[in-house]
Design a protein. Structure first.
Length: 181
């Protein structure tokens, strides 16, 4: 079985979405004079519903909401990379749908993470000379890119499957001739 361009691209997109869940989704860095501290929280740890930046205090961040984003992106990425490799038109359509769902969930998670970062920024007391930066991490953006690439892989895999259906069937081989006598 020949693996087409769509399957390869879909596989890469699904893997990017999968890896993005384990990378930082929220990064916090603070500095006062020469001292600077930074911490990050991965998506899979945010799926538990609490935010722990290493201080020992866990902040609830909406367990069900971020669990939906984390585990939805994880599930759709894995399912998408599996079905895109099957090489059929119907499974390529499923890969397209899974890529779209991964992209939508990741974009909504980026927006919600930005809102969470703004809320956390407002909770930090103002100290003269201290700068604090809170924002969405690289993992979220990798999930968005992975979902878009998975979607594109599904579209290309549909074209590959259509070409495979239209290709003429190979001619059957004739039986071997008996040896001359």
């Amino acid at each position: 079985m020949k693996i087409g361009k769509g399957a390869i691209i879909g596989l890469v997109g699904g893997l990017l979405g999968l890896v993005g869940v384990f990378l930082p989704w929220l990064t916090v860095s603070a500095s006062v004079g020469p001292i600077s501290v930074s911490a990050s929280v991965s998506g899979i740890s945010m799926g538990g519903g609490t935010l722990d930046l290493g201080t020992g205090t866990a902040i609830p961040v909406g367990a069900s909401e971020f669990s939906i984003y984390v585990y939805g992106i994880l599930a759709f990425s894995v399912l998408g990379l599996i079905v895109v490799m099957l090489g059929k038109r119907s499974t390529a359509m499923l890969a397209l749908v899974f890529g779209l769902l991964t992209t939508i969930l990741a974009i909504v998670a980026v927006v919600r993470m930005s809102q969470l970062a703004s809320a956390l920024q407002a909770l930090i007391p103002v100290v003269p000379g201290m700068t604090v930066s809170i924002g969405a991490g690289i993992g979220l953006y990798l999930c968005v890119i992975g979902g878009i690439i998975l979607l594109l892989g599904g579209v290309l895999a549909m074209g590959d499957a259509k070409k495979a259906m239209m290709a003429p069937a190979p001619m059957p081989m004739a039986p071997p001739m008996p040896p001359p006598q």
